[in-house]
Design a protein around this ligand. Structure first.
Ligand code: HEC
Length: 106
């Protein structure tokens, strides 16, 4: 019983240590310059405070990338987002996706 308790404490410690490591490496992703055009609606770190504008912080990078490419290609339609997405290159989309995915959701 005692051994089991210690194992569970150790597991908890290891889990939180790795969670912490993941967060601290992620937050070092720098904001790409192009994100200045997104700030007004999505917030500096992707934590939008306006209910109509989705939060980008903490979403999966692959999901953000797909949405931006879908807006750009017209597969996902939104009159507000489309003009911004249409100007983005593949490299900018990748940098934006990595940046927002690395920001902690608040
Ligand atoms: C004028 C306001 C505005 C600006 C500027 C803007 N967006 Fe958006 N964005 C929106 C709105 C509104 C939506 C929700 C669209 C919908 O309902 O489908 C959205 C949706 C998104 C989504 C999909 C989120 C999800 O959860 O599906 C992504 C990703 C995104 N924006 C990224 C960006 C990036 C990156 C930029 C800068 C290049 C940017 N946006 C600039 C208003 C804006």
């Amino acid at each position: 019983m005692k051994k089991r308790f210690i194992t569970s404490i150790t597991a908890t410690f290891l889990f939180s240590a790795s969670a912490y490591a993941a967060v601290s490496t992620h937050t070092t992703v720098e904001a790409p310059a192009i994100s200045a055009t997104c700030v007004g609606c999505h917030g500096a770190d992707g934590n939008s405070v306006v209910p109509n504008f989705p939060k980008l912080a903490g979403q999966h990078a692959a999901y953000i990338e797909k949405q931006l490419k879908d807006f750009r290609g017209g597969f996902r339609k939104d009159a507000t987002m489309a003009p911004f997405a249409k100007k983005l290159t593949d490299d900018e989309i990748k940098a934006l996706s990595d940046f927002y995915a690395a920001q902690p959701a608040k």
